[in-house]
Design a binder for this molecule. Structure first.
Ligand SMILES: *Cc1c(COP(=O)(O)O)cnc(C)c1O
Length: 202
């Protein structure tokens, strides 16, 4: 059973709007939803720069891979970065946030399945990487994972909960349209939901 009392906190829903045109997203913005997720920096800049100027309560989350040469633009438009996965990137974000005088909230992406095609810090390196990132000034608020496709996410979600407790972080970004109920049982605090909200992507 879902135990909402364990931390008595209500998870945030990030409406993942990648690939959808702004017209498709506007009704949800007008309704008052504030958290949106995009996986490409360029697309986010084009879609969200003006809207964020008009509505400064909107929070934008980068949920996709971040290349160091795009950090400058990412830090400008995104309030949250869910995909910190290497030291070079960490240093670049630290440098850029200083220059732009902003402080994005950052999640460390963990590669739980240790899949070579997926990004992320391995479990064994997490503590060291967390300390490194914190020491260079990043605002690390939690961890993030994308469980291996086609496998039962339960074992991965339960490991995330343990890892977070171990390094004493509050936020866990996990759970998508197909497995968010499962993620909630393991204290997910940010759910990343796309197709269940906006429909199938083309
Ligand atoms: C696209 C995406 C989502 C949302 O996926 P849905 O299955 O449409 O809910 C969540 N997280 C990441 C990292 C994604 O790229």
């Amino acid at each position: 059973m879902l135990d909402l009392n364990e931390k008595s906190r209500i998870p945030k829903i990030i409406a993942v709007s990648k690939t959808f045109k702004i017209d498709h997203i506007l009704p949800l913005i007008e309704y008052g939803h504030l958290d949106y997720g995009e996986n490409k920096v360029q697309e986010a800049v084009e879609k969200w720069t003006d809207i964020k100027l008009k509505n400064n309560k909107i929070k934008l989350h980068l949920i996709g891979k971040l290349q160091t040469n795009k950090v400058k633009f990412a830090v400008k438009v995104f309030d949250y970065i869910h995909s910190l996965d290497n030291e070079k990137l960490a240093k670049k974000i630290a440098e850029e946030q200083e220059k732009q005088n902003v402080k994005p909230r950052v999640f460390i992406q963990i590669n739980l399945g240790e899949e070579s095609q997926k990004s992320g810090i391995t479990k064994n390196n997490l503590e060291e990487f967390y300390n490194f990132s914190k020491n260079i000034g990043l605002n690390i608020i939690g961890t993030m994972c994308i469980p291996p496709f086609g496998e039962d996410s339960t074992t991965f979600f339960s490991q995330m909960k343990e890892l977070n407790n171990k390094i004493n972080l509050d936020e866990i970004s996990m759970g998508m349209s197909s497995d968010y109920l499962n993620a909630l049982e393991f204290n997910a605090t940010y759910l990343r939901i796309g197709s269940n909200i906006f429909g199938q992507r083309g």
